[in-house]
Design a protein around this ligand. Structure first.
Ligand SMILES: *[C@@H]1O[C@H](CO)[C@@H](O)[C@H](O)[C@H]1NC(C)=O
Ligand SMILES: *[C@@H]1O[C@H](CO)[C@@H](O)[C@H](O)[C@H]1NC(C)=O
Ligand SMILES: *[C@@H]1O[C@H](CO)[C@@H](O)[C@H](O)[C@H]1NC(C)=O
Ligand SMILES: *[C@@H]1O[C@H](CO)[C@@H](O)[C@H](O)[C@H]1NC(C)=O
Length: 446
């Protein structure tokens, strides 16, 4: 795939492309007249799908500029903080961001969604309904993560605690991956979320195009089994489970992207030697049936050193290129850099460095996009509205307080939107001819 983009990269073939655009535009003009009365607000609000190494939406490619804000459900659960959710989506949409990754779990903690196995707080579920319906209002799609490797919001440790309370003989948090009873708990949670009927929109989650993808777990690691077999088996079972219940949505694992035992020659790209031993295996894990795209996180500041140096930027670029290359050569799927950022708490931090890091991520992606490669998008960690500083881990960007970052994000969104629109099949009469020509010149400057 990606052939469609290569078509646009040669000026000779451009003429042909414009002719095709004209023909398709004419056809859809006629068609849109036929269907005039069917056009409504939901027009174009379709499921995002995948063809080879690209995401597709309405017959166009769908490259992603997006963000993370993990706490949306919890802030929506309280009437006093609920408006923050709407503010966030409004601000994100003002700089062209189209995908948000957030938690669809909170196990056994304060404001828990799942209070104990199979027992849900309806008010918190309604808060998640609100998050989904607000996202749609601002034309933002969601990646919903279904559990956590870490203790925040419960995570695998909470599942193990529940298991122990039920009398199971559990010795490690990694029993989450292997114990049949805990696998059953997890699957029951997946089933509940996917079959939830949104109380605001009446749309069942598994039918809702507002959801871009399901994520099995945030940053799964299984250090008790460096061979990777234990986690591999869990991914195999869960990816197929989600996909069989909901064949329409995309599925990703939630991995950080470390190379494991199946690819010793790739270990050199890992940020440190420990990363090779955490029971994950980027290429092997992503070859599992039911997984549609790869995820990668990048935190040079937590993986290499907390003192900022140029090496962080170098690492980020080679980490990205290596994974884009894998996704093309071995996986035949898109790869999304689902978390990246830098903390203001790091030694030597300044905003110039952050801008430089963001710009590196965006440029590396555009380099892939231009040639129809697997680099399908990125999600900054993390975007906040004003007045939520108490939730900030040092990585948050508030757009109104960071004009240079804001401009950079916005420019990247514009470039992505142009790429996405270039190949429109449904393009209305005359809309893209000129833009297409201008854009080719614009591309080559990037
Ligand atoms: C609990 O499991 C551990 C490890 O699998 C085993 O060594 C131990 O004997 C078990 N304890 C009981 C009471 O079954
Ligand atoms: C959802 O369904 C309820 C009950 O059938 C109905 O009253 C309400 O108008 C519906 N809401 C939407 C947004 O369709
Ligand atoms: C910002 O930080 C980087 C990396 O620590 C450093 O190289 C650069 O000189 C700093 N720039 C300013 C303006 O302080
Ligand atoms: C673009 O990507 C290719 C393939 O990964 C790489 O060789 C090249 O250096 C990249 N160019 C830039 C400007 O990053």
């Amino acid at each position: 795939m990606g052939d469609r983009f290569r078509l646009y990269c040669s000026s000779l073939q451009m003429l042909l492309a414009v002719m095709i655009l004209l023909i398709t535009a004419t056809t859809s003009f006629v068609r849109s007249h036929d269907n005039l009365e069917l056009v409504d607000d939901d027009e174009g609000w379709e499921m995002v799908g995948r063809k080879g190494n690209q995401f597709v939406l309405n017959g166009q490619p769908f490259y992603v500029n997006g963000f993370n804000t993990y706490w949306l459900m919890v802030l929506a659960a309280d009437q006093s903080t609920r408006p923050k959710v709407s503010q966030l989506f409004q601000q994100a949409s003002s700089v062209g961001l189209t995908v948000c990754r957030t938690w669809a779990f909170n196990d056994g903690q304060w404001r828990a969604l799942q209070k104990s196995p199979g027992v849900y707080d309806e008010d918190v579920f309604k808060a998640l309904d609100f998050v989904v319906s607000e996202a749609k209002k601002y034309k933002i799609r969601l990646i919903l993560s279904l559990s956590n490797n870490w203790d925040a919001y419960g995570g695998k440790a909470q599942y193990v605690k529940w298991g122990k309370e039920a009398g199971l003989n559990l010795t490690s948090d990694d029993d989450f991956f292997s114990h049949p009873a805990l696998r059953t708990y997890y699957k029951a949670h997946v089933k509940t979320v996917l079959n939830r009927v949104n109380t605001i929109t009446n749309v069942t989650y598994k039918e809702d195009p507002t959801i871009f993808a399901w994520e099995l777990m945030n940053e799964p690691r299984c250090t008790s089994d460096p061979s990777g077999d234990k986690l591999q088996s869990w991914i195999q079972e869960m990816a197929v489970y989600v996909k069989s219940m909901d064949p329409k949505h995309l599925v990703e694992i939630g991995l950080e992207g470390f190379y494991g035992p199946s690819t010793p020659d790739k270990a050199q790209f890992n940020p440190n030697t420990y990363a090779t031993q955490v029971g994950t295996d980027f290429i092997r894990n992503h070859m599992v049936l039911g997984v549609d795209f790869a995820s990668v996180h990048m935190y040079a500041d937590s993986w290499i050193s907390q003192t900022i140096t140029d090496a962080h930027v170098q690492f980020t670029k080679s980490w990205m290129e290596s994974h884009i290359d894998d996704a093309e050569k071995y996986l035949g799927m898109p790869v999304v850099f689902t978390e990246f950022g830098v903390s203001v708490k790091d030694q030597g931090y300044n905003s110039t460095f952050r801008d430089n890091l963001y710009s590196t991520v965006y440029k590396t992606l555009l380099n892939s996009t231009k040639r129809g490669g697997s680099g399908a998008g990125s999600l900054m960690w993390q975007l906040f509205p004003e007045g939520t500083d108490y939730m900030d881990d040092g990585y948050a960007i508030v757009l109104s307080k960071s004009p240079s970052a804001s401009n950079m994000i916005s420019l990247h969104s514009t470039r992505i939107a142009i790429f996405n629109s270039l190949c429109s099949w449904k393009c209305k009469w005359g809309c893209k001819k000129k833009t297409a020509l201008d854009t080719i010149l614009y591309h080559d400057e990037l």
